[in-house]
Each structure stands twice: as C-alpha cells, then as structure tokens.
Design a protein around this ligand. Sequence first.
Ligand SMILES: O=C(O)CCC(=O)C(=O)O
Length: 380
Amino acid sequence: MASAEGAVAQREQAAAAEAEAKRKTELQALADHGDAAWEEVEELINVGQSKAYDQAVALSKNLHTLAIEQDKVAVFECRVEHIRKQYSCRSSLMAANEKRTVGIIPKNEVTNMTNELSTPYPLTDEQIATYQKDGYIKLKNVLSAETLAHYGAEISRAVQQKSKEALPLEERNTYSKAFLQISNIWEDDEVVKEFVMSERLGQIAARLMQVDGVRMYHDQALFKEASGGFTPWHADQYYWPLSNDNTVTAWIPLQATPVEMGPLSFCIGSQQILSHRDVAISDESEQKLNRSLKDYPKDETPFDLGEVSFHAGWTFHRAGPNTTGQMRGVMTVIYIEDGITLAEPKNQNQQNDWNRWMPGAELGKVVDTPLNPVIWNVNH
Ligand SMILES: O=C(O)CCC(=O)C(=O)O
C-alpha cells in the first residue's frame, strides 16, 4: 500500500516537473518571438471576432507571465495601455480582458498617474528665487517611481523604434556619441503626449520664469548609451529664434542617475555670461567654455529617482560620459513663455528650428502654431 502511494506521488511529481518544463519552453519561445508576439496580439484584435479577441487576451496573459519572470512588468503595462487606448472602442476585447483578469493595469492606477501629472507641485518662493539667481534648479520628488516607469517604458520604446543611429560608438563624432536624440515624440504618441503636456511640469516652468503661461517648444528624448560620450558645454538658446529669454528646459531622468551615468551639470549663474553664446554644441564649444567657465562654480551632482532639473535658455550646461553598462534614459520638455514672438533667425540652426518646431509662425507675431499648444496658464 505504502509503495503504491509512493509510486502515485512520484508520477505526480514527474507530471508537475514535465508541465513546468513545458511552461518554461513555451515562455522561452515567446521570449524568442520578441516584438512579433505583440504584433500577433494586434493582428488578432484586428480580425474583429470574439474568438480572435479571446486568443489575443490569452496571448497577452502569457506575455504578462513572461514580463513577471523577466522583471519587465512596467514595459508590459505600457504596451497593454497603448493597446487599450488604441482599441478602447472595441467592447468585446475589454470584456474578454475582464473575464480573464490579464495583468492589465487597473484603471485606477492610470488615473493616479494622470492625477499626479496634472496636480500642482508645491514650489516655494525661495526655490523660484534660486532659479532666477542660478539659472537652474534641481527639484526632488517631482514624479513618482510608478509614473516614471510607466511613461519611461513608452518613451524607451519610441526611442528604440525611431532611432536611426547605425554606427558603433567608436565611429561616431562627439555629438552622436553623447546620446540618441529623438524629438517631438508627442506628435504621434498619445501616451508620451500625456506625459509632456503635464500641467504639473508646465506650472513649475511658468512659476520659475514668473510668467502667466507656457507653451510647448518641443520635446526631446536624450538617451546616453552605455559607454556613451560626454555632452559638450553649450547654451540652448543659441538655437532658438525667439524674442526673449523666457525659455526653460525640464530635464527628466527616467532612472536614478549617478555621476557615472552622466547627469546634467550646470555652471551656476552662467545665464548672465554674454560671451560664447554664438557657439553651437561641438568640440569647439567644449574647449572654449571649459576655458572661460574654469573659475565659475558648477553643480555636478547626481539625480535621485523622481528629481527633475529646470534650466534657463542661456544657462551653460554639459554632461559627463556614461561609464556604466546601463542606458541613461532622459526625457526633456522645452517650454516657451505664452506670448513670446518669433524673431529673425540669427543662424541656420535657428532657421531650421523655425521650420521644424514653429512651422507657419510669422516674424514678430506670437508663436502659437498647432505644434506649440499652451501647456499651462494662470486661467487653467
Ligand atoms: O542630456 C544631456 O546629456 C544634455 C541635455 C541638454 O543639453 C539639454 O537638455 O539642454
């Protein structure tokens, strides 16, 4: 009797081990499939029949299990959210989701994040005075880890998808070694648009500049690859054909950024320096500014997760190389005062900026093209 029970237990154990091995093989096959599995989910949804919907949901359930095993739940959630938004009008898919409780982000979590992006950040008068004096400020706890993981996953996906960089690092010039640069992702990505149109960030920008409202100039993801090079000293406003210097960039690291990863550093108070404003970011700007800023104080400190810096258009800044083995993901949003007007371009870069970021704007008139929506103003 005892030995018969033992034999049953052994058979059960063997069957469980076999099932686990099968599960692992299936997950591995799914992992090998990469993006193709997500394409299959969308193809199944597009079939437009309930059986295919069920298959799409079952496949996304397996992708969820894989994401948990690979510790990539944030990326998974972001992709599901993208699909949820695209196909939200198809009620049978949503019903299939509810039925199987796939690891889709509960709606209330998404609501928490959008609330965070739209509620004011408590900025003190002292912080505003510091920004005005130093030309930049670093603010802690502007965004939560959840928000950064959620939107960061979508931004990283967009960078990977859109980057055309094909050369290995050692064959690139200084500028291309510094980062992968993808601009105005918001134009065709609703999730990223939600992030860059954040009223919380827009209000901080407006209050730091002490203006009544801000508009979008453009966004820009700046991803410094593992072993990526330094970002040369420069001031951004050299590129912008604008009538005044009420401009500010929010530099938003998507992970904690230690010094070894190349956080943004600032020359304190350098928005007052008038020399070398006519140099584009280059080896030349690095050399010239290294010399002329030698005796000025610098802020070269790391960024905590959730910390965001804001720097003025004429503040000189740079970043060190990324000596870690990990990508330094950063999103930036450039804000202009609501009411700023277009100025005669002073160089070809400014002409290019006019064409690309303010198409159709007229000289001397308020910049208000469809690419420059108001992000925040006092009447909001
Ligand atoms: O992220 C970097 O390395 C440089 C960023 C920068 O220059 C900027 O945001 O203005």
